[in-house]
Design a protein around this ligand. Sequence first.
Ligand code: IPD
Length: 268
Amino acid sequence: MADPQELLAVAVTIARSAADLARTLRAQGIGEVSTKSTPTDVVTAADKAVENHVIEVLHQSRPDDAVLGEETGQTGGKVASSAVRWILDPIDGTVNYLYGLPQYAVSLAAEVGGTVVAGVVHNPATGDEWTATRGGGAWRAGRRLTGSGVTDLGQTLVGTGFGYDPARRAHQAAVLAGLLPRIRDIRRIGVASIDLCLAAEGALDAVYEKGLNPWDYAAGGLVASEAGLLVTGLRGEPAGPGFLMAAPPAVHGLLHDELVALDAAGGP
Ligand code: IPD
């Protein structure tokens, strides 16, 4: 079974139960906190518990599928005989989760033969939930999402984020300093998947970030593109870990050219 709507139904059910677990664990207090790539790249016991929960449920219901999870890497599915791979960020926005800020998300996407066909982003703190299937549109609470329709780069509210490596952050800050005078403003929400969904619903106009991982953007990227945004890399590259930008068609080229001029995909 690899019908996008059926995969989405599985994803939504699992994301909601993962969200319940994340919220329950947060209410019990943050337990063990450790660091990953750098001292600012944190992981909580809840990230691992939620990831394990999702993998366990997926393996029970769909034992032939593969899972790519942020905390465990490529897991299970042996030969992934179904051609389905799930891409999971159990808690996107771990720093917000750690501090008790109500912006974090369970992000779960289903990829078939290497193409993301269904995705859900669920904020356990607010209950906000965004979904999309390839060709089936992007949705939130029964409303189809179509982006902001902004046409003027100077009136464009842009979401972005920063990696955890200090040298990369310094480069990202320099890019931001160059871009800021040319746009309406910047928002750094701290959750790449939610950034993309907010751009899909027009609460942000556009999003860019260098150095994201597939679990940060698989589901949100589909939501944004199904809402009509162009989701790309720079200089004709596809969106990916090297660079991702999502913008309404009328400003995509303008923002792209500014980002190229600022060497946004360069640096460490
Ligand atoms: C992070 C968030 C953040 C983005 C970082 C990501 P994590 O994910 O999405 O907004 O700027 O690049 O790593 O670490 O909280 O899952």
